[in-house]
Write a protein that binds this ligand. Structure first.
Ligand code: NAP
Length: 325
């Protein structure tokens, strides 16, 4: 495939790594950002190859014309942008649903207009796992979808938006002859390129600062000891590029590597970094758990790194960005 692609939300945690990897593979990248003059995107222009091969476009997901300009001339689009709030938001309709749903359809329409050959939609395991009817212990694979009504009734607007947007993307592709492939990552950790905190990075920062507890709604004084499914940001970025480049890729790809309970994760970190303050009290949760499988992605040749490498590289990058002070 031709080597000119557009990455939406280029300045975000995951997208910055996608841009970095694309540049290292010789791609010309059109990166969309909401305000190219904002200092928070300055890391992008410092990436190797950026001065020759990265062009930033001012675009908002709700502004179709801005997307059309950014996507024009590209043979592929990696649609990464989406609001990822760290907790509940006052107006989910405006803050999450509109950019996720209308925004994705705007991107897809602009792709049709520009005759893009393939779109990779970055979804989430939030569109796979949020289903109370899935039996405990089941392997969650690409046939599993979150239950939209359940997401709505429990106020899980992010899960609802990812499920709705991913299914709408496939439906759009089918109706309009656009090749749409999705990648569904689990919790993404790993080194940050940007200088600001994103939601998943905040999970690890709070765990090592002993303030993780504040993420728990209702002010409970213990941390739910639930299973965390973790993927390194660099491996998630590779997965997105694999899904774009592999001719035989089609449908959905779950992207995860390690399943670990929160207490075990804190203990592992404590072995590596005893100087931090970790939560002391944990409560067992009734949330049903299963096994997430990335077998489909691995069959495309994708691999992932050990959890220790992800944790060490994360913590070192947070230190460098002064996020642990
Ligand atoms: N992090 C995870 O654990 C995780 C797990 C599974 C899936 N994902 C998915 O991965 C993708 C990236 O997540 P991330 O963790 O990298 O989040 P992030 O750092 O918060 O990045 C999100 C990006 O979306 C952009 N964005 C949000 N609303 C927009 C709008 N209306 N118009 C244009 N751009 C908009 C943001 O732009 P601004 O910089 O201008 O705000 C930002 O660049 C998302 O699709 C998310 O659902 C993430």
């Amino acid at each position: 495939m031709e080597k000119r692609v557009c990455v939406t939300g280029a300045g975000g945690f995951l997208a910055s790594w996608v841009v970095k990897l694309l540049l290292s593979k010789g791609y010309t990248v059109h990166g969309t950002v909401r305000d190219p003059n904002d200092e928070k995107y300055s890391h992008l222009n410092k990436l190797d190859g950026a001065s020759e091969n990265l062009k930033l476009f001012k675009a908002d997901l709700l502004d179709y014309d801005s997307l059309e300009s950014a996507i024009q001339g590209c043979s592929g689009v990696l649609h990464v942008a989406c609001p990822v709030p760290p907790s509940s938001v006052p107006n989910p309709e405006v803050e999450i649903l509109e950019p996720a749903l209308k925004g994705t359809l705007n991107v897809l329409k602009a792709c049709s207009q520009a005759k893009v050959k393939r779109v990779v939609y970055v979804s989430s395991v939030a569109s796979v796992m949020m289903n109370p009817n899935q039996p405990d212990g089941q392997v969650w694979d690409e046939t599993c979808w979150s239950d939209k009504e359940y997401c709505k009734s429990t106020g899980n607007w992010y899960c609802y938006s990812k499920t709705e947007a991913e299914s709408a993307a496939f439906e759009y592709g089918k109706q309009n002859g656009l090749d749409v492939v999705s990648v569904c990552p689990s919790l993404i950790l790993g080194p940050i390129l940007q200088s600001t905190l994103n939601s998943s990075t905040l999970v690890l920062v709070k765990l090592v600062k002993g303030t993780y507890i504040h993420l728990v709604q209702g002010g409970e004084d213990s941390v739910p000891n639930r299973v965390r499914y973790i993927i390194d940001v660099r491996d998630a970025a590779e997965a997105i590029i694999t899904a774009y480049e592999e001719h035989k890729a089609e449908g959905r790809y779950i992207c995860t590597a390690h399943a670990i309970k929160t207490r075990d994760l804190a203990e592992k970190l404590g072995g590596l970094y005893p100087e931090f303050t970790y939560p002391k009290n944990y409560s067992e949760t009734s949330v049903h758990e299963g096994n997430l499988s990335s077998e489909r992605l691995q069959k495309l040749g994708w691999t992932y790194r050990p959890l220790e490498e992800t944790l060490v590289d994360s913590i070192e990058s947070y230190r460098e960005a002064a996020l642990l002070d």
